[in-house]
Design a protein around this ligand. Structure first.
Ligand code: FAD
Ligand code: SF4
Length: 512
């Protein structure tokens, strides 16, 4: 009897539950590259190269430690092209009677594993993913009976559970749970960020880069230069570099955006965390230690830890708690087709062009660009929620459905009706002008709402609030915006509606 241990592309960790109790006498590890997964959306070339190179290196690491690995490359002649086909092939070839897997990163993949059980009649042992700091059951228990599922309260439970930034008397370090108020500084003039590290490219990585270039030429994004870590030791170097050189300023400029500075003081660790090259607790502990050693201030350390211990775990909880219905939601009936400039960056809106260029060059843009530029624009313009989600899933190297979907549909698009976000993250050009320096080079004027030079975000912002008044006017966090709208004369309100209609028309015609 042979046991097949399935390791999926985002499960490259030796601590994986699917590898627990691996027995060299009868176990085989299956890792496969498949065309179906590589092309379900047109994934960024850098993302594909990062994944394939990391998978191949992980297989090599396992092999060198005595694991039997069945690694299927994309180019293998017999590759069936999808995960189910590869499991079937392996089961037949090896005479397997049992498959061991770890909960995958999308709901649909669970159905694939159920199909294995039904089609092949073998036992499937689907295990929980121990790489997270909370369990799905724990989240469900926390959510039980609550009217609102606010991240902040979940996060406090997680701080207590893992005793991170906690004092002996049970109080949070620094006396408060959250230092967000200190973390919204606009960029000061001339703000630049520390240099990032690059990694030596092994023969494996070079071969993957050539393969991606040849086979995925039509996919989005620039493949080279390629700086990603693709092994655990390299990812640990990324972590060290972040803690030593970047973390101290993470808090202050967390929400800032600067032209030509895609990374600012962000960690770039999400991709490594999401595929298993790093683990969340080691990252949180490293940041906490930097605080205790006086190497980083508390507002930066708490703000950073909240993203991982709070937001990341909470988002995962939401996904598994509410799927599969969650994915069908579209509470604002957003149906407008995604404009071409999300792919090309060809728009006169400088902030949007900048965010798309970062995305194209690096398979990365930081949280505030994702939320307040590309996300905010999609929200205000009512862009089709499925198309926007597919875009986010394709273009970022850290994008996997369990984390991309609640962030896009819930946080950015308010498409879940307010489960993740207590109010829509809608903002006008005034906010963007305060938090970035892109308006100074833009053909539009963030101070104008009406006219040829008016920033499109302004009229779209008011029009969005006006269109959805029934839904939002009773929102306790929004009375002041409607009070401001009501102060406009009816003529001005009408002019704003017309200006917004022109912008929406221009989106449809591809001229914005
Ligand atoms: P940092 O700013 O350095 O943050 C530290 C870490 O905290 C990240 O590495 C990440 O692991 C975690 N984190 C921070 N915010 C979130 C969040 N909202 N949800 C989950 N984890 C978080 N993150 C993904 O990992 N994958 C996605 O597909 C993804 N899609 C997003 C889509 C939209 C519309 C938005 C608004 C956000 C999305 N995020 C996603 C969350 C966040 O923007 C990224 O995690 C972050 O930008 C990654 O860069 P970083 O590693 O430099 O993060
Ligand atoms: Fe963006 Fe408007 Fe500023 Fe131009 S003026 S960069 S469109 S916010």
């Amino acid at each position: 009897t042979r046991t097949l241990h399935l390791v999926m592309p985002d499960q490259l960790s030796q601590s994986l539950s699917a590898l627990r109790d691996y027995d060299p006498a009868e176990g085989v590890v299956l890792i496969c590259e498949t065309m179906a997964e590589a092309t379900n959306v047109p994934h960024h070339k850098k993302k594909l190269a990062f994944l394939f190179a990391s998978m191949r290196h992980f297989a090599e690491e396992l092999t060198s430690q005595g694991f039997h690995v069945r690694y299927v490359q994309l180019e293998d002649a017999d590759n069936s092209g999808n995960v189910l086909g590869e499991i079937e092939r392996a089961v037949r070839a090896l005479g397997t009677s049992r498959l061991v897997a770890t909960r995958p990163g999308s709901y649909e993949m669970i159905n694939v594993l159920k199909a294995v059980r039904a089609d092949l009649g073998i036992a499937v042992d689907l295990r929980e993913d121990g790489r997270f700091l909370s369990t799905i059951r724990e989240f469900a228990a926390w959510a039980e009976g609550k009217k609102q599922l606010r991240m902040e309260f979940f996060y406090r439970e997680m701080r207590k559970k893992h005793q991170i930034l906690m004092e002996q008397d049970g109080k949070p370090t620094g006396g408060v749970w959250n230092f967000d108020k200190e973390n919204r500084k606009p960029p000061k003039k001339g703000l630049t960020s520390p240099k990032r590290i690059s990694h030596r490219k092994s023969a494996i990585t070079q071969a993957v880069l050539d393969m991606v270039e040849a086979r995925f030429a039509g996919h989005f994004g620039k493949l080279r230069p390629f700086h990603f870590a693709v092994t655990r030791p390299q990812a640990l170097l990324e972590l060290d570099h972040f803690i030593d050189h970047v973390l101290p300023d993470f808090g202050d400029y967390q929400d800032a955006m600067v032209v030509g500075e895609p990374y600012l003081f962000h960690s770039l660790l999400a991709s490594y965390l999401n595929v298993g090259l790093l683990l969340p607790l080691e990252i949180c502990r490293a940041a906490e230690e930097a605080y205790h050693q006086g190497r980083a201030p508390l507002n930066a350390v708490e703000g950073f830890i909240r993203q991982i211990l709070g937001w990341r775990e909470y988002i995962r909880g939401i996904y598994w708690h509410l799927m599969p219905h969650y994915g069908q939601r579209n509470s604002l009936q957003a149906e407008r087709p995604l404009p071409a400039f999300y792919w090309t960056g060809k728009t006169e809106m400088a902030c949007v062009a900048e965010a798309v260029h970062h995305t194209c060059d690096h398979a990365y843009s930081h949280h505030i660009q994702r939320l307040m530029i590309t996300g905010n624009f999609a929200l205000l313009a009512g862009l089709n929620v499925k198309e926007v989600q597919d875009w986010y899933l394709a273009v970022y190297s850290d994008a996997f459905e369990w984390v991309e979907m609640p962030n896009t549909l819930g946080m950015a698009l308010f498409g879940d009706g307010g489960i993740v976000a207590s109010k829509p993250y809608a903002a006008s050009g005034k906010y963007i002008n305060r938090m970035s320096n892109s308006c100074s080079t833009c053909r539009y004027d963030p101070a104008e709402t009406i006219g040829d030079c008016a920033c499109p975000f302004n009229a779209l912002y008011w029009d969005f609030l006006d269109r959805h008044r029934n839904l939002f006017q009773s929102n306790q966090r929004m009375p002041y915006v409607y009070a401001a709208w009501d102060k406009f004369t009816p003529e001005r309100q009408q002019a704003i509606r017309e200006q917004a209609a022109k912008a929406l028309n221009a989106i449809n015609e591809g001229t914005l």
